[in-house]
Design a binder for this molecule. Structure first.
Ligand code: GRF
Length: 204
């Protein structure tokens, strides 16, 4: 099944590039229907345009509320035919309304072994704690900050001489592999949509 992806970004877009490259090489059976950035000028938009993918800016600041921003995202993603939504360095929390629009089909990558070090500066947090290894996590998205059900994780060693930049370089290489592997799993049906509601035990 060809995956119809919508990719949300805020920055450089190396993970987006890894996805585009995997599609280009035939490793991943998917199409990136559109790339949407909440920040104008994000380099990820340039990467999308170079690959002939529609690249849009929907600035969160131009909308009066999170709900209005998410409504604009949903409309653009639907208009472009996106079915699975990939957060690739997208620095905004999504509303329940957004998650209901793509039930169980929104995934994120985070540069730590969740539930350790959620939120921003995950690699700095790991270094500041003196962690000897960290890693990355691909997970389904819920309303929280990096809290949804985990799909896959991979460890990344922290070397004594590491600073944020050397760790980030090693992290990114691992992220790119893991993200593509998960998307291949979704495309071949071995990873199924997972509604966050169904992942939590009911009352009693
Ligand atoms: C990655 O480290 C990802 O885990 C985090 O944001 C970063 C995005 O990097 N959510 P890039 O824009 O894909 O290069």
């Amino acid at each position: 099944m060809t995956l119809e992806l919508g990719v949300l970004v805020s920055g450089n877009g190396t993970n987006l590039q890894a996805i585009l490259d995997a599609i280009g090489s035939g490793t991943l059976d998917a199409r990136v229907r559109c790339v949407i950035s909440n920040r104008a000028g994000a380099f990820a938009l340039e990467r999308a345009a170079r690959s002939g993918v529609p690249a849009l800016t929907i600035a969160h600041g131009a909308h009066p509320s999170r709900e209005a921003f998410d409504r604009a995202l949903i409309a653009a993603l639907r208009e472009h035919g996106a079915e699975w939504i990939v957060l690739a360095g997208f620095m905004r929390l999504l509303t329940p309304q957004f998650l209901r629009a793509f039930p169980g089909r929104v995934i994120n990558i985070h540069p730590s072994l969740l539930p350790a070090f959620p939120g921003v500066n995950a690699m700095k947090q790991a270094l500041d704690h003196g962690a000897k290894e960290t890693g990355c996590t691909v997970h389904f998205v819920d309303e929280g900050m990096d809290t949804g059900p985990i799909i896959a994780q991979r460890t990344v060693p922290i070397l004594p001489a590491d600073d944020e930049s050397s760790l980030a370089e090693r992290m990114h290489r691992t992220e790119h592999e893991l993200f593509v592997e998960v998307l291949v799993g979704i495309a071949n049906g071995s990873i199924e949509p997972r509604g966050v509601a169904s992942s939590r035990p009911g009352p009693g």
